[in-house]
Design a protein around this ligand. Sequence first.
Ligand code: SF4
Length: 432
Amino acid sequence: MSRPLVSIVGYKDPYNSLKQAIDLCFGIEDFKEQDRVLIKPNLVAWDFELPFPPFGVVTTAVLMEALIKILHDAGLHHITIGEAPLNVHKKDMGHAIFKEMGFNKLQERYGVELVDFNVDEFEEVDFGDFTLSLAKKALEADKIINFPVLKTHNQATVSLGLKNLKGCLNRKSKMFCHNKDRDLNYMFPHIIEKLPIALTIIDGIFALEKGPAQTGKAYRKDLIIASKDPFACDVVGAKILGYDVEEVEHLKYYAEIHGLGDRIEDVDIKGEDIKAHIERIEYDWEWTEEDTMPKGFEKRGISGIAIRKYDNTLCTGCSMMYNPMLLLVMSAFKGEPFKNVELVSGKKQIASKGYDYTVLFGNCACKLNKDNPNIKNPILIKGCPPKFDKIIEGLKLAGLECNYQEYLAYRQYIFSRYKKDDGFDMELYSIK
Ligand code: SF4
């Protein structure tokens, strides 16, 4: 049996490097001129209020433009870019991101259609034992080019092609993927079954450690990985991030249900020698063995609080507010132990006995622990996900005086640690 083909190309310039990666895996040889092609990048989020380093978080604009030119040169003119970004604080997030990255110019120059799935139509699709609402535009496409980035993910270990397709779901279905009965890693690998994925391109100009959001750390990697085989492409991407399939639950599951070989040797790699690019980067923050706080907190001497580590039932919305919450907790620490506080989140964590204050982070934790007799003083941080002011108010009720300015300084720091001279060029995220 022939092995699936994956190309790895060193990034030098957007058009030629991407074209080489696509040609090496015969990526668009089956595309026909009349095909309706949908490109699904990873544009999970953007922050328009605070400094936002997009490196390794979202697909680069320069590669997006190069892809459109390549398709155009191949006679393909029915092209749509579609994404359903996290839109918890801004209803028209998709179009705001398209505008920020200059995608409107692709509309003007190449007639590309830009679709924010969140404000478009969805269709309920049956997956046997559950249903999910998928973007109609994705279901109607003749061919989909899945265009994720090379990143790790604190819940899914890596977030590559299979995970990127979660962005074709409506908000309710995304939340449902984080349900308490069936783990996230056994939900989203099914989305691909209903979509015509013809090509996967992993934008590896950057690799992101402790992703998926901007609080992770990006490294310049200068790679493009492409394949017509979505699983093989993810296997190669994961390997470059330092992970074998057996360490990545959703890839292991996908290989099992489809009877696929899960070793890197099962893939035929063209282009760069993969060995030269494998470098393990961490996917998550380390927690104390007693599950009381991130190890970094313990090292700083923080005590008097048990922050239970988020689990996979915490949706992306709450996840995005979780790190900021941790930073706010850190800002409240002045060398004295906190007042015997526990913090729980998500859809599964039951607050324990023995704490004077119990902080319930997000609507799910509030609902789940509503009548929990273990709780002496419940502090409800409501919201789906909670907003900053609610987090600060709630933590204050538990005796934590947070300093928002310190959070702002941190955001400034994570942006300013990336220097243009080191290859962290914001122009990669802007179409001129
Ligand atoms: S409160 Fe948080 S975990 Fe619950 S549904 Fe909303 S975003 Fe998801």
